[in-house]
Design a protein around this ligand. Structure first.
Ligand code: NAP
Length: 432
């Protein structure tokens, strides 16, 4: 039985997807049952790496999602609109959907999955997080027996590349960003990556799957890497850490109604931690659950081939289900979205974490004592206090705390800022 695909988008991932489907030899035999029926793009005049018979490519995207012959719509346009509307339109036409669009799913997943469940169709998104790394299906299926306690990921290749280069070259953020843009590792407008927004989209999706509840994208606390300096990377190194942009979802391992921590921020990671060695554009997701313990998924987080590998695996999943049981047997609960409630999120002020803070202080007596007192007054206990050296007249002091309540730490900092001896607090980072 042959199944017809409507491809929306023939850019980086769309081209990779078409290349796999058009070259099935040596891959899973299911691929031989899949044909590309229509391809929707913006311009028909662009040179393409794959060629189709006349009439297959169109600029009329609605004609693709409304085509009665198409079984599965594969949305690889990117952006919020028209992607969201076309996905909903495809669902209303009772077509299954495969997408790589984390931005749409993180913001409109609620609406999309409601519609999909009502229509009895699948919306699969393996490519939306971690590119070629299988992480969505493992969270839905292979790890389903566990109570997940945390999901911690390096899930944005651009920022991981920038931080890795800053570490190996001792260069500052701006310099490395410009180089990454030249090499095509960062977009001309790098906001979504460097401000942590892309990682926040992705952790919202992973948290929803791992912790079995819907997640509002705006509940993800988000800080990017613009303020990370070469100096902090050097000091972190001296203290036994590397700096990574981590996306963190943490529960308490109890009931689904427990509060979740959901945050994206640059983080000091001990050099002995498994995530410390994830470098360059690679991604990794460390999942911890009970009784499994830790499992880490690692691989290429983007690129035409890896991302298309995930897209095509979703298409094959749907085709396998359609072939074996037909479309009318109800949705497989391990592949569809069955969450009804929203996860409760812990406000950032209430989380407990370790901190690293760097202070520039005037050369006055008793500065370290004043710092210790201000922290102690707010139940912030210090793991280490190191005077790194001098910047001109000012002494540079780095403090690492034990696990403390973020709200208490911030109140202590407000007090410390007013101390006569404190000239500046150039950086505050969390420690894993
Ligand atoms: P891309 O290279 O920019 O390709 C986008 C494609 O969609 C192009 O073919 C473009 O047509 C078409 N398109 C976009 N807006 C359109 C519109 N309004 N009307 C008609 N056609 C439109 O994007 P991509 O890198 O392949 O990314 C696709 C999706 O995959 C995104 O959601 C992205 O977040 C996700 N993703 C990408 C990667 C990656 O490595 N690139 C990794 C993981 C996930 P033209 O060709 O005519 O311009």
């Amino acid at each position: 039985m042959a199944f017809k695909i409507g491809l929306l988008g023939l850019g980086t991932v769309g081209t990779g997807t078409a290349q796999i489907i058009l070259d099935p030899a040596g891959r899973n035999p299911l691929l031989q049952d899949i044909t590309i029926h229509k391809v929707g793009v913006r311009s028909l005049d662009k040179p393409r790496q794959v060629q189709f018979l006349p009439g297959i490519m169109t600029t009329d995207l609605e004609a693709v999602v409304n085509d009665p012959d198409i079984d599965i719509v594969v949305e690889l346009l990117g952006g919020l609109e028209p992607a969201r509307s076309l996905i909903l339109q495809a669902i209303s036409q009772k077509k299954h959907v495969v997408t790589a669009n984390k931005a749409v799913i993180a913001r409109y997943g609620d609406e999309i999955y409601e519609a999909a469940n009502q229509a009895g169709v699948y919306v699969l998104l393996e490519a939306a997080v971690g590119g070629g790394i299988p992480i969505i299906k493992p969270l839905k299926q292979s790890l389903g027996a566990n109570r997940i306690t945390s999901i911690i990921g390096i899930i944005n290749g651009t920022t991981n590349y920038i931080l890795t280069q800053m570490t190996t070259e001792g260069a500052d953020f701006g310099e490395v960003l410009a180089e990454a843009q030249k090499l095509g590792y960062a977009e001309a407008d790098p906001t979504a990556d460097v401000d942590g927004l892309d990682a926040a989209d992705k952790i919202a999706i992973l948290a929803s799957l791992g912790f079995g509840g819907r997640v509002k994208r705006e509940d993800v606390y988000c800080e990017g890497i613009r303020k990370v300096s070469a100096a902090d990377i050097t000091y972190a190194d001296r203290l036994g850490f590397v700096i990574k942009l981590l996306a963190i979802a943490k529960g308490t391992g109890g009931e689904a109604s427990d509060r979740l921590q959901l945050r994206v921020h640059p983080t000091l990671v001990s050099k002995t931690h498994p995530l410390a060695s994830i470098n360059g554009v690679y991604n990794a997701v460390l999942v911890e659950g009970n009784p499994l313990g830790q499992v880490m998924f690692y691989g290429p987080g983007a690129g035409a081939g890896p991302t298309a590998s995930a897209v095509v695996s979703d298409i094959m999943n749907i085709v396998a289900i359609l072939q074996s049981s037909g479309p009318n047997n109800g949705l497989d609960p391990l592949l569809s979205c069955v969450h009804q409630h929203f996860c409760q999120i812990t406000p950032i002020e209430q989380i407990e974490t370790r901190f690293y803070a760097r202070f520039l202080t005037k050369d006055l007596p008793g500065v370290i004592g004043h710092l210790g007192t201000a922290f102690g007054d707010h139940q912030v206990s210090l793991e280490s206090v190191v005077q790194i050296g001098f910047q001109g007249e000012q002494a540079e002091i780095v403090v690492v705390t034990h696990n403390v309540c973020e709200g208490n730490f911030r109140t202590a900092l407000d007090e410390i800022r007013n101390l006569e001896a404190i000239a500046d607090i150039p950086s505050i980072l969390r420690v894993l």
